[in-house]
Ligand binder design. Sequence first.
Ligand code: SDX
Length: 373
Amino acid sequence: MSTTTEGLEDVVAANSRICDIDGKLGKLTYFGVDVHDLAKYSSFEETAYLLWHGQLPTQGQLEELKAQLNASRSLPKRFIDLLWLLPPKSSPMEVLRTSISALAAFDAESSGDAESNLGRAIRLTAAMPTIVASWENIRNGREPLAPLADKSHATNFLYMLTGKMPDDYTAHVLDVALILHADHELNASTFAARVAAGTLANMYAAVTAAISALSGPLHGGANEQVMRMLLRIGDVGGAEAYIQDALARKERIMGFGHRVYRTEDPRATHLRAMSKELGERAGDTRWYEMSRIIEEYIKQHKGLNANVDFYSASVYYTMGMPVDLDTPIFACSRISGWTAHVLEQYANNRLIRPRAEYVGPKVTPYVPIEQRG
Ligand code: SDX
């Protein structure tokens, strides 16, 4: 058997039309459309359409998708009753994972054909922000807010979380963040979804697997850890000393490094700029300034670049998000990519089942228990 590739580093595990990453040049495209153009000109709804259909929508197709999303934002009352039963201290990522599992029981559609699964992708994408926002209200003892019929995905998310209409710039920043996080080839959570879909498990099962993988601090869970680090540091003056000490203790600095990018993560470019702008508008740029000090220090002393999670932390915090919602927000975007990959896996399926290089004991005789030392 061939030698083991720990962590499947650089192992090509599938052919896919959805996303291309050039780790050397720092390029990211969805079906060939550059993420820089999507961040500048598109919307999360338009990007989700691209991921599901392989082309940007016409105006009519976009309006139809928006109507489908709007029609699926509300959750069944029995489902909300379920959330009220959970302990208020439950982690939002665990509530989200539990919720997607539970939603399977509310799915009246029995067919597993491509059209039905596209419908599930749309319904899950619509429901995720409602689940996260409902949990934020329920854990604080408040009734969840109903979604607004005629507002965008990002605006609805912010409204359902806070009960207030966001200003245009904040809604725009969240929309761009959702675009930037939408897909990323065979990252750990997407691969987990494809492994589950590869057994022909249903879409809820595949997304539950993905949410589980995303929650880890080496993957989507990093953004929350970045913000907790910034809060521990507290102010700009403490940033360099903190990071010097952390590196001296050989600590892994959340938000830095990447399995594929060997240069700037193109998504960090936009998130850095938005963190600065949001801070200036809020009259408090300390989280951005601390991030810049840390970024420069790590670049010089470790040769590592910031990844998508580094600046998303200060973006979400500056827009008022509770820190433990950072990874759920990541999931509310990546659900579009996960479901696109699940649809692709179903369409040209082959069970995903790698091998392991056996490095255990040689053949050993069975010793009856009375003869064991
Ligand atoms: C995401 O895959 C994707 O596309 C993921 C993602 C997506 O959109 O889906 O981009 C989202 O998950 C981004 C990554 C978020 N995770 C973090 O920020 C956690 C911190 N980062 C690291 O744990 C690490 O960089 C990984 C997990 C992201 C990548 O790890 P690898 O490829 O397995 O690299 P490695 O751990 O083997 O590190 C190689 C070297 C090591 O040094 P040596 O032991 O060889 O001397 O680089 C060092 C590491 O110690 N290193 C770090 C570091 N990341 C790598 N040292 C300090 N801090 C870090 N963050």
